[in-house]
Design a protein. Structure first.
Length: 89
């Protein structure tokens, strides 16, 4: 228990670090959309930028998943997998 009486956390939550990769992928998709209506080379450049962003996000996610612990110590009760039955009245 902590100093103020609240129990310690039983499970850990892992949050990814901030990244510019989703914004880069969105910018690339904007280029693809512009290439459809304006000039096709914009679409090609946008597709390359979008691929760089998406591949970067996938690599970073794979690295984050590899660093997670394989098992966590179970400290709470396991809920039953079957729904409860209705009571007969």
């Amino acid at each position: 228990m902590s100093d103020n009486g609240t129990p310690e956390a039983s499970e850990l939550v892992y949050v990814p670090e901030p990244s510019w990769l989703p914004a880069i992928a969105a910018f690339g998709l904007l280029g693809v959309l512009a290439g459809i209506f304006v000039w096709w080379p914009y679409g090609v450049i946008g597709a390359v930028i979008a691929l760089v962003g998406v591949i970067g996000m996938l690599r970073r996610t794979r690295g984050d998943v590899d660093r997670l612990p394989r098992r966590q110590k179970l400290t709470t009760a396991v809920l039953p997998a079957v729904p409860p039955r209705k009571r007969a009245e």
